[in-house]
Design a binder for this molecule. Structure first.
Ligand code: SF4
Length: 211
């Protein structure tokens, strides 16, 4: 990873660590208890494991429930329920490939090297996908659909966080759904940013700026 990509990532890590440092133990306790009951392993790599616990805490703060850090909830209660970590898909993924999508859990015999390989595949899905710009706005629509959940990867909120890290504000964003626009409003509130809607011709456009 280049230095210019690494610096904002580390800043985000420090920001989340400050915000959720008291949550880390709580997340660790249920994760280890659940994995032990299932005979699974937990990602042993400190940085990734810490990040995953921070992201779970961020999801709880953002959406009010401990949704999967890798997928944005859709607003449909039935499908969103399946995204609460540990999600309804984890066992099938562990049986098939050895680890859950986010690499939090894995088969009981996985090594740190196996987890490192799993993380590389995950990062390729999120960080290696180029952001799409349309007339100066980040266009989050039309991403690859992950077949098991039927949800986009990377989702709108991940793309926006990446763009904020890379470019900062003001940031114009095109999203596909009302729910995604609502999530950006919540993100703006959590990061003390301004939020405005400027829809035209059926396209939902959000502007995030400094307050
Ligand atoms: S993919 Fe892993 S981290 Fe994501 S919700 Fe499922 S079990 Fe949790």
């Amino acid at each position: 990873m280049s230095l210019s990509a690494m610096v904002p990532m580390m800043k985000g890590f420090v920001r989340d660590l400050r915000a959720y440092r008291h949550e880390l133990k709580k997340q660790d306790a249920w994760i280890r208890r659940y994995a032990a009951n299932k005979g699974w392993s937990v990602n042993p790599r400190w940085m990734v494991y810490t990040n995953l616990r921070l992201w779970l805490s961020d999801c709880e703060a953002m959406y009010g429930r401990r949704y999967c850090p890798c997928f944005e909830p859709t607003g449909d209660p039935e499908s969103d329920k399946k995204l609460i970590c540990p999600c309804a898909y984890a066992q099938a993924e562990i049986d098939e490939v050895g680890w859950c999508h986010c690499t939090l859990f894995g088969r009981g015999d996985l090594t740190a090297a196996d987890y490192k390989r799993a993380e590389a595949a995950l990062m390729a899905e999120y960080r290696d996908v180029p952001l799409t710009w349309a007339g100066g706005a980040l266009d989050t629509r039309g991403q690859h659909i992950e077949p098991l959940r039927g949800l986009p990867v990377p989702d709108a909120i991940h793309q926006v966080k990446r763009a904020l890290n890379a470019k900062g504000t003001p940031l114009e964003v095109i999203v596909a759904t009302e729910v995604e626009a609502k999530h950006l409003e919540r993100l703006a509130e959590m990061r003390s940013l301004s939020y405005a809607r400027d829809d035209a011709n059926g396209v939902i456009k959000v502007r995030l700026g400094d307050r």
